[in-house]
Design a protein around this ligand. Sequence first.
Ligand code: PGA
Ligand code: ZN
Length: 429
Amino acid sequence: MDDPQIESLNAMEVLDSRGNPTLRVEILLSDGTHEVALVPSGASKGKYEALELRDGVKGRYGGRGVLVAVDNVNEVIKPVLLNRSPFDQNDIDTVLIDLDGTRDKSNLGANATLGVSLAVARVAAASRHIPLYKYLSRDPSDKAIMPVPMLNVINGGRHAHGSGDVQEFMIVPAGFSSFKEALRCGAEVYQSLKRILEQKGYSTNLGDEGGFAPALGSNEAAIEILIHAIGVAGYSTEKHCFIALDIAATELFQGNQYVMNQGQTHYSKEELIDYYSSLVKSYPIISIEDGLEEDDWDGWTMLTKALGSEIQIVGDDLFTTNKSRILEGSEKLAANALLTKFNQIGTLTETFQAVEIAQAENWGVIISHRSGETEDTTIADLAVATRAGQIKAGAPCRSERVAKYNRLLKIEDELGADSEYAGTAIYNK
Ligand code: PGA
Ligand code: ZN
């Protein structure tokens, strides 16, 4: 029988977890297989990200509609992809890149190209009756690696107004032998954190990524309450569960200084690096993401020199999943880990290329959600397929976050002895 081909491809506008419009792309193959992909959306975006196309029509969703991107899929992309094989992802993504023709996908929109790219992969895997993580793996015969979850349990910055200025305080249950046990630790710590916050009279309202958003007053207070919650849940910060931060420092950068504590503290980059060093000395912090703003390559090199042998120095806004920025970072020794978000670049193939460059440098790799998410779980499969070893998908709460963790539970269950948990090994390279 001939290989199935793309018979129909349709985009429509739906909502993400913040109630903003996003794209849903559905593909039907000639063998009857159909699959859907939904596109995530960030709030604290890096300046070098590919363009997320919004309509800008003020009277509709406050200008955030995506009908132009939907039309770009239905009118521009669809006619070119109809009757093509879905099995050559590289070929399909090259068509998308060429059709767009810009460096930042500003013609069609990275939300349009990504929706199609993901839907093609999903429908191709489904047609072959292969789980997506297996379909996407470079070498499916290798033992799979289940990622360590980085759970953002205290939300601040742009994700929770009125909370702290550091965007994410994460717990990292690395000291276990399976994803399932690690996630259990994460969920138990989350519940103990909730009880402690309640007892101390803090708000337990949730931020965009499902973490709490209390006004704790200082970064140290947030870290200490996490350490307390880990202990109360019966785990150790030396053996089981560690702490990671995403500073999202570009958001704090004003007039050459980093402004924290409601405008009361001003740090130069040197002072900020010293501040991070003191935090790392005092607390079980194993990873700091976007510790400096996205244009300060020299600062990043200083930061990596100061702390890179002890902890992960992760570039998110710095790299924006962009090959040339990752290569520049590796040349400048500006980080030792990559945060990967496929909507920062706009196709699955380019996402794989970014991960492969980081892995060739022996960097840590984290596959990440966005603060605006959907029920789509592709990043869970991507984390396993790329052997990234780490995934950032928010708190163990709110369905759009939990959907990714539940998918990983299912993958681990399916693989049984054919998988191993990345665990502490990745932080001790
Ligand atoms: P964003 O935040 O999705 O709002 O960009 C996530 C992050 O900075 O890691
Ligand atoms: Zn980030």
